[in-house]
Design a protein around this ligand. Structure first.
Ligand code: COA
Ligand code: MG
Length: 293
């Protein structure tokens, strides 16, 4: 069954305490990090810590992902060898800049599946787009991802993106708005999940809610988070409310009725309803059907 990840919670792979806490946080997906959240001299320890966690912990309703170093990075293969096992749900792949990188990731996971008897494409992949080159090549990357079953979604990383430009990140985020919009556009053009950038000020609940709402309005279906306190507000924001669902059902009902009468656009409670509104209502109902697990 299709799943939608409303929040992906990162934690440093060398912190058993945070991994433990993440496993009890009720988040849709936890991402144990081996990349930028871990000092390079701690990577070997982090692989061991993640491996033990995968073998021993009960992740409850959360999926367990690992963020490895990018394809082509000196630690990439060692990261995979360290953590690939049958309790892992998938890989978050950072700094994706080419189809070749995704192809290599896909083949590496297919090899692991065939050698260990796992079903093909059972290990999911999320690709982080977070560099200027990744943005420039996004059309090819997204088109490739759409053809490979394990490629579930695109993630936008604003902080690294702006760093790759030599720019400066601000709280308003105007500097990354076009890229943020481009990533969700390409994801949606190919039926992929779109996971929004992080909101780093983890004590600022109001700011988090606003930023999450902006992402939702842009079309994002989930968001990366960096602190367990961000999980509930982000997942709630990404879950349609009862009121939104009622409204969506009335729109779809009215549309069926009007269609029978041969009418295209029509009025409902003083608002014009036409195809884009109906599509939005259908998308909301679909997410509500698959979002809960
Ligand atoms: N995942 C799981 N648990 C976390 C967590 C996370 N991302 N961030 C904090 N916690 C835990 C803490 O361990 C602490 O639990 P404890 O009291 O049992 O030790 C509790 O939540 C409260 O933490 P708090 O004191 O508010 O924050 P902190 O100062 O310990 O940590 C950060 C702040 C930013 C260092 C931390 O949130 C973090 O490591 N975030 C993820 C960083 C990361 O992975 N970055 C790379 C991807 S962008
Ligand atoms: Mg990054």
């Amino acid at each position: 069954m299709k799943r939608w990840r409303r929040a992906l919670l990162y934690m440093p792979g060398d912190s058993p305490r945070k991994i433990n806490r993440g496993a009890n946080s009720g988040v849709d997906g936890m991402v144990m990090d081996l990349e930028d959240g871990v000092a390079s001299k701690q990577r070997a320890v982090a692989r061991e810590t993640i491996r033990s966690a995968l073998q021993e912990l009960d992740f409850g309703r959360s999926e367990a992902f690992v963020r490895v170093n990018p394809v082509g990075h000196v630690d990439h293969e060692a990261d995979l060898r360290g953590v690939l096992c049958d309790r892992l749900d998938g890989i978050v792949l950072p700094k994706v800049e080419s189809v070749e990188q995704l192809q290599a990731m896909h083949e590496r996971l297919a090899l692991h599946e065939s050698m260990t008897g796992l079903p093909r494409d059972s290990l999911a992949v999320f690709a982080i787009i977070e560099t200027a080159l990744g943005l420039v090549r996004l059309a090819e990357i997204a088109a490739f991802a759409a053809q490979v079953q394990r490629m579930q979604g695109l993630i936008f990383g604003a902080l690294d993106y702006i760093a790759s430009l030599g720019g400066h990140t601000t709280k308003q985020g105007h500097e990354s708005f076009v890229a943020r919009s481009t990533v969700v556009m390409h994801a949606k053009a190919h039926g992929l999940e779109a996971i929004d950038t992080v909101y780093p000020a983890f004590r600022d609940r109001e700011g988090l809610l606003q930023d999450t709402q902006t992402g939702i309005e842009m079309g994002y279906t989930g968001k990366q988070i960096i602190h367990p306190d961000q999980a509930q507000p982000v997942q709630d924001a990404h879950s349609p409310t009862a009121e939104q669902l009622d409204r969506a059902r009335s729109i779809v009902r009215a549309h069926r009725e009007q269609e029978r009468l041969g009418v295209g656009a029509f009025a409902l409670d003083g608002e014009m309803i036409d195809m884009p509104v109906i599509k939005e209502a259908l998308a909301l109902l679909e997410r509500a059907r698959f979002g809960k697990s």
